[in-house]
Structure formats: structure tokens, C-alpha cells
Write a protein that binds this ligand. Structure first.
Ligand code: SAH
Length: 250
């Protein structure tokens, strides 16, 4: 029997054509696939019937199976000599607790191979017509979690410093605390007229894009009843969208 091994695979933002060739091959060869719902229905529909398919999570921060149990399952299946794919939305190491899973497996002497995925942090704005950098208006990009739980011992996000930094801000998991985070950015001095977009279910067939300014985005998101998964983009680059999609002149 070969050494136990787990493939920690990124599935990209949801469009099945944005899976890497390596992800596709490993999925098709797997004995067991443990996947998050964030992977997206269209990809889940392509998981092979020959494999044991285990749904372990809804969205980040909202797991149907606790993280400890996921870790246990991964260790158990790997030790039984199964070809195990742990399939995660986007890239496994971007706000997805992939590092925790990899460390837990390593602690049990199980080899981990990470297969990077296309992260929603970059691909979702792109699919909505927003380049996250642009020579004239953004030389810095910050990726931030909008859903911070102080009790989990995570380092805290300094929204005032982010506001002062400028450039493009990409907020993941930002739906539930949108109002507080926007408030903190405004307080930190980010201009109320800064263009913003919320992209819900980016790259998927029912993607929605809501645009506004920083001082109005919460109201617009509430009116539109935005639901996870969604990404908030704050910065002048959002203003390029109209030029890119409709050829408006600058
Ligand atoms: N590892 C993932 C991120 C996990 S955190 C990645 O690299 O993409 C989960 C957050 O990702 C969601 O709350 C949302 O903010 C974002 N997200 C993932 N897929 C998305 C999609 N298709 N559309 C919009 N946001 C998405």
C-alpha cells in the first residue's frame, strides 16, 4: 500500500470550467471526495458517482460538520489507503482553513499535496468586470475577512488602517457584518463617494452585481437582499467596470 496522502484541492469560484486540469483529474480518480457547498452546485453535479461523496460544510464559518470532525474523517480515510480529495471553494489557502487541515494531517504523518485553485478574491471581481489593480488607481490590494470572530483568537482587522491605506479592498465573508465594516471604513477616513460593488455568486449562472458608493452600499445590499457567498470590493477600480463592460469614455 502506498503512503497515506490527501489532496487538498481548490475548486475555484464555482464555474466548472474554472477548475484546473489537475483538480479535474484528481477528482475523477478519487475514492472519496469531501467537499464544501461553497464549491458550487454545478461542480458538485460533476463529482463522480464511483467515489464516496461527503458534504462537510456549507460556507466558511458555517460548517454543517465541525472542523474537528472533518479533520478526523480526512485522517481516517487516508489511513485506510483511500485516494482522498478534500475539495474546497476557491483556493484552499485563502480564508478556507486549509492550513489547519494540512497541519492536522501532517501531525498524523499523512502527506498533503495542495492543488491551488482560482481564488474568488480575484476571479469574482474579474467576472463582474472589475480589475482589482489598475495603473492609474490601485497599486495596492488588501484581502480581508469581513467576518471576524474575536472569540476565535484571530488577529483583528484594523479597518481604520485599511481605510488609510487606500487602493482596492476585497472583503470576503462580508455579508453578515457589512454595515459595521463599512461604518468602520468611513470612520477611518475612506471617502463616502468611493465606488463599491458587491458580487453575489460570482462566475455562476445566477451571479448578481450591486454597485454603489461607500455611503450607500449597505442600503443597496439590504434592498437587494444579498446572500452569501458574496464579495465586497471597495475602491476606484470599481468605477472602471462601466468602461470595460460598456466602453464608456474616461
Ligand atoms: N477559499 C475561498 C474563500 C473561502 S471564504 C477562495 O479562495 O475563494 C468564503 C468566502 O469566499 C465567501 O463568504 C465569499 O466572500 C467568497 N466567495 C467564494 N466563492 C464566491 C463566489 N462564487 N461569489 C462570491 N463570493 C465568493
Amino acid at each position: 500500500m502506498s503512503n497515506p496522502k490527501v489532496y487538498l484541492v481548490g475548486a475555484g469560484p464555482g464555474d466548472p470550467e474554472l477548475l484546473t486540469l489537475k483538480a479535474r483529474r484528481l477528482i475523477d480518480e478519487a475514492d472519496v471526495v469531501l467537499y464544501d457547498q461553497l464549491v458550487g452546485e454545478d461542480i458538485i453535479a460533476t463529482l463522480p458517482e464511483s467515489a464516496e461523496l461527503i458534504s462537510v460544510g456549507k460556507y466558511a464559518g458555517c460548517h454543517t460538520v465541525p472542523q474537528e470532525k472533518i479533520n478526523e474523517l480526512l485522517v481516517e480515510y487516508a489511513k485506510r489507503g483511500k485516494r482522498v480529495v478534500r475539495l474546497k471553494g476557491g483556493d484552499p489557502y485563502v480564508f478556507g482553513r486549509g492550513g489547519e487541515e494540512a497541519m492536522e494531517l501532517a501531525r498524523h504523518g499523512i502527506e498533503v499535496e495542495v492543488v491551488p485553485g482560482i481564488t474568488s478574491a480575484i476571479a469574482v471581481p474579474a467576472s463582474a468586470g472589475i480589475p482589482i489593480t489598475h495603473r492609474q488607481c490601485a497599486s495596492v490590494v488588501s484581502f480581508v475577512t469581513g467576518h471576524e470572530d474575536p472569540t476565535k483568537g484571530e488577529p483583528s482587522v484594523d479597518w481604520a488602517q485599511l481605510a488609510a491605506l487606500g487602493g482596492t479592498l476585497v472583503v470576503l465573508m462580508g455579508v453578515s457584518r457589512l454595515a459595521q465594516n463599512v461604518e468602520a471604513l468611513l470612520k477611518g477616513g475612506r471617502s463616502p463617494s468611493t465606488p463599491c460593488a458587491i458580487i453575489e455568486r460570482g462566475t455562476r449562472r445566477d451571479m448578481r452585481v450591486i454597485t454603489s458608493t461607500l455611503d450607500r452600499i449597505v442600503e443597496r445590499a439590504t434592498d437587494a437582499n444579498v446572500r452569501p457567498p458574496a464579495i465586497l470590493v471597495v475602491g476606484e477600480v470599481v468605477g472602471l467596470r462601466e468602461h470595460i463592460l460598456h466602453g464608456e469614455r474616461t
